[in-house]
Write a protein that binds this ligand. Structure first.
Ligand SMILES: Nc1ncnc2c1ncn2[C@@H]1O[C@H](COP(=O)(O)OP(=O)(O)OP(=O)(O)O)[C@@H](O)[C@H]1O
Ligand SMILES: C[C@@](O)(CCO)CC(=O)[O-]
Length: 502
């Protein structure tokens, strides 16, 4: 049941301060937020508030890779943009007596609890192993992976092997991050996730879970300040970087060898030119603040794939034909650099046919190079064939390939009737078309999980998003309505985002 809440929602920054005064800090970490002390005093003077952390929500966007997937794993550049499809994670703190941590992931039919005191804390907190929230972790520690294996092994014993593998991946990546960042004194809690992003379709679904989990844990540990409207961009960037670093750890567990582009664009939003030449150092990330509104058609082949498998496949091809594959990867890098030059140019105009054609040709070349790396799929080739045959635009796969999604840059002036025909044909053949906008916000927080103008409008209060109504929300539309997404541009009521732009 939806519940009315009569407390005023002053914004995340103050609420973080409020919880701290009551000595409910987890792990003894304290937020480095500006002005917290003054807020604390003011709040103490007013009234003592509940010591339990309120239920809150975090959210992160999926992404499309416009250029450079796979090559980016091998140190080349990629261009990726956030999309408006997102994952939402509801974090519910349990009463003190409940010493369990639960993952509830209904999209993959996964629900599992662990007793906090039974987790291998001593291994993770050993001085030779201990990691802190500010650390840069670029490889998984084999001993720590081994320490979570017995727990992972116990997950979903009765499920078919493929589903069990997905559940075990979720469990393993969560436990690795939870044990690395948390401590035995962590409060019992439940993490419930719902996503509007198709899974394994090349739209970065796993990275969004990674980003949501990293942000949630870091918020629970009070190691993040903000987001709040007066926060200097410099400070916001530091917070976002912290979330991104831990999201990468989560991604490493799911993927084995991720480049980090997915979690980076999901954390910071907008669009980026990303490159990681040295895995022991942070990647180079150049934001594209004014990413053009390219007229894109996003099509899901509805053929699921595993990013880990596709990445491993390219790795094997490179081992077998090192020189040849390196030159293909270099060619992809060239394509990415050329397209960055084009779209970053101050005169770039999406209405200009000639300029769009150049970007489109680069997409066609990029796709051809990905085909030669063996990561396309007949269902992706079919989209390309339909689009090419009708002269509708330029198509490439996006993400890991092997199924998943394609993007088509639409040629200007294509008659609506042609587009309708294509869309009809795609539907008949079992494809799914997505409407999404590129370049939106990155990770966001709804703290507490209350919408001021919920269904029961009231100046003082709002509508609490509780576990029950979050789980009951029907489909993507139901989830978006519940979490306060409005209108075609996806405006988000009550949500706050770290503003990293100057
Ligand atoms: N809604 C979800 N709920 C729970 N887990 C999810 C959800 N979406 C994705 N995952 C996790 O992410 C994995 C899919 O990741 P994968 O990288 O193969 O696909 P992707 O991230 O959608 O595509 P790409 O990496 O090509 O962009 C799933 O196996 C699961 O572990
Ligand atoms: C295929 C890949 O390049 C993109 C997946 O979205 C893998 C990665 O960068 O980690």
């Amino acid at each position: 049941m939806a519940q009315r809440v009569t407390k005023s929602v002053n914004g995340l920054h103050e609420d973080l301060a409020k919880v701290q005064i009551n000595g409910n800090g987890v792990n003894g970490h304290s937020a480095n937020s500006n002005g917290v002390k003054t807020n604390q005093r003011r709040k103490m003077d007013r009234k003592k508030s509940s010591p339990m952390m309120p239920t809150f929500m975090v959210s992160a966007p999926g992404k499309v890779i416009v250029f450079g997937e796979h090559a980016v794993v091998h140190g080349k550049a990629a261009i990726a943009a956030a999309i408006s499809l997102r994952s939402y994670l509801l974090v519910t703190t349990l009463s003190k007596s409940k010493r369990t941590v639960t993952l509830t992931f209904p999209d993959i039919d996964f629900n599992h609890s662990w007793i906090i005191d039974d987790l291998p804390w001593s291994t993770f907190s050993h001085p030779s192993k201990k990691k802190y929230y500010y650390d840069l972790v670029t490889t998984l520690d084999e001993d720590l992976v081994a320490a979570v294996q017995p727990l992972v092994h116990d997950v979903s014993p009765d499920k078919p092997a493929d589903i069990r593998k997905v559940h075990q991946n979720s469990a393993g990546s969560f436990l690795y991050m939870f044990l690395s960042l948390g401590s035995q004194s962590f409060p019992g809690c439940q993490y419930t996730l719902r996503s509007t992003i198709p899974i394994g379709a090349g739209l970065g679904s796993s990275a969004t879970i990674a980003v949501c989990m990293a942000a949630a844990l870091l918020l629970q540990l009070r190691t993040l300040s903000g987001p709040h409207p007066d926060q200097p961009a410099e400070e916001a960037r530091l917070q976002v970087e912290r979330i991104n670093r831990w999201a990468f750890v989560y991604e490493m567990f799911i993927h084995g060898n991720p480049s980090g582009v997915d979690n980076t664009v999901s954390t910071q939003g907008k669009a980026v030119v990303f490159q990681r030449t040295d895995y022991s150092r942070p990647p180079s990330v150049r934001p594209l603040w004014d990413f053009p509104e390219l007229p894109l058609l996003l099509v899901n082949t509805q053929t699921a794939k595993s990013t880990a498998n596709e990445v491993a496949k390219v790795g094997r091809l490179r081992d077998t034909h090192p020189k040849l594959v390196e030159s293909i990867l270099d060619a992809i890098d060239q394509v990415t650099q050329s397209s960055a030059e084009l779209i970053e140019h101050e005169d770039f105009d999406t209405e200009n046919e000639e300029e769009l054609r150049k970007v489109g040709e680069l997409m066609t070349i990029n796709h051809g190079l990905l085909v030669s790396l063996g990561v396309s799929h007949p269902r992706l080739e079919r989209v390309r064939e339909l689009v090419d045959h009708e002269g509708i635009g330029w198509t490439k796969l996006t993400g890991a390939g092997g199924g998943g999604c394609s993007i088509t840059l639409l040629r200007p002036g294509v008659p609506r009737s042609k587009l309708d025909c294509l869309e009809q044909q795609l539907e008949t053949e079992g494809y799914q078309k997505f409407e999404t906008t590129l370049g939106g916000d990155g990770v966001g927080v709804l703290w507490p999980a209350v919408l001021k103008n919920g269904m029961d409008e009231d100046e003082e209060g709002g509508m609490e998003i509780d576990l029950e109504n979050f789980l009951k929300a029907e489909g993507n539309e139901g989830v978006e309505r519940l979490v306060g997404v409005h209108g075609g541009v996806g405006e988000r009521e009550g949500w706050k985002f770290w503003r990293v732009e100057n």
